[in-house]
Design a protein around this ligand. Structure first.
Ligand code: CP
Ligand code: NVA
Length: 314
């Protein structure tokens, strides 16, 4: 029987079972096919979605807006520059009010506690569209893309080279540990993911059969099915640019690093936006191994699947 996700929020992915994640990934494959075949229904007709953004976005905003709008839903973009949230009104009160008017809420911003408070007080599903700690909807699209290339992700090797403590690396570690994907973070020790999350993921991995490794050695990329990177300086950390450049130079994904996989069919993944010449060279991200553009498109299909399931429409 399909898992019932009606009413659920997506805040970290940690509270989703492997079966629930698998259900969302399978539904995403189905909605992508429907879109490709021109079979778009009106499953969100009469529904409303609040899109709260404290930070900039291209993919996440467009994925939510187009996925919801093309099936008859009404998305409302609310920049936190314009609304009262956190400035003239508490997050709790904003959540209570939005929950009376909207069927679901997406939040992108700084603090994880904000998205969690929205979920606690709104009474409707809340989706984390990126915080400083997690980017769970991105991880769904990443694994969908991995699986488009290699079939079921279980037992595959995914390597993240770059800022190992950032939101994207952390969410990849969670989803990999849940789904039995072998995940290696290649990063300088000062940018390791925090030990608490590593311990949680290692416990999950013991159940799923995944291997979670944290290393400073780029040679550990050998045999990777997919090499992933993300910006060296995440939103809100602009003051760290010089420090990060100095630390992360050896972890740049370039032709030399890709060659260390020892394979010719390794794919390259990036959540985007990319700073070409920093975390990845143009020849890699614009070259034949790159699946970054499929991955961007898959944001839309995975987000549509998430909204359908959590609004009880899947
Ligand atoms: N990958 C991603 O979240 O992109 P945006 O910042 O453009 O939404
Ligand atoms: N780590 C990046 C991801 C952007 C999608 C950031 O937080 O800016």
């Amino acid at each position: 029987m399909a898992p019932d996700l009606k009413g659920r929020s997506l805040l970290t992915l940690l509270d989703y079972s492997p079966e629930e994640i698998r259900f969302l990934l399978d539904l995403a494959v189905q909605v992508k096919k429907e879109k490709q075949d021109g079979r778009i229904r009106q499953r969100f007709a009469g529904k409303t979605l609040a899109l709260l953004f404290e930070k900039r976005s291209t993919r996440t905003r467009c994925a939510f807006e187009t996925a919801f709008g093309e099936e008859g839903g009404h998305p409302v973009f609310l920049s936190t520059q314009d609304i009262q949230l956190g400035a003239k009104e508490s997050v709790e009160d904003t959540a209570r009010v939005l929950g009376r008017m909207f069927d679901a809420i997406q939040f992108r911003g700084f603090k994880q506690s904000t998205v969690e408070t929205l979920a606690r007080y709104s009474g409707v599903p809340v989706y984390n569209g990126l915080t400083d700690l997690f980017h769970p909807t991105q991880a769904l699209a990443d694994i969908m893309t991995l699986e488009e290339n290699f079939g079921n992700g279980r037992g595959r090797k995914l390597c993240f080279s770059g800022d190992g403590r950032n939101n994207v690396a952390r969410s990849l570690m969670v989803i990999s540990a849940k789904l039995g994907i072998n995940f290696t973070v290649i990063t300088p020790p000062s940018l390791n993911p925090d030990q608490e999350l590593i311990d949680i993921c290692k416990r999950l991995a013991a159940e799923s059969g995944a291997a979670i490794r944290i290393t400073g050695e780029t040679s550990e990329i050998e045999g990777a099915d997919a090499v992933y990177t993300d910006v060296w300086v995440s939103m809100g950390e602009e003051a760290k640019r010089e420090e990060r450049r100095a630390l992360l130079g050896p972890y740049q994904v370039n032709a030399g690093l890709m060659a260390k996989t020892g394979r010719s069919d390794t794919i390259f993944l990036h959540c985007l936006p990319a700073v070409k010449g920093e975390e990845v060279t143009a020849d890699v991200i614009d070259g034949p191994a790159s699946r970054a553009w499929d991955e961007a498109e898959n944001r839309k299909h995975t987000i549509k699947a998430l909204m359908l399931a959590t609004m009880g429409l899947g």
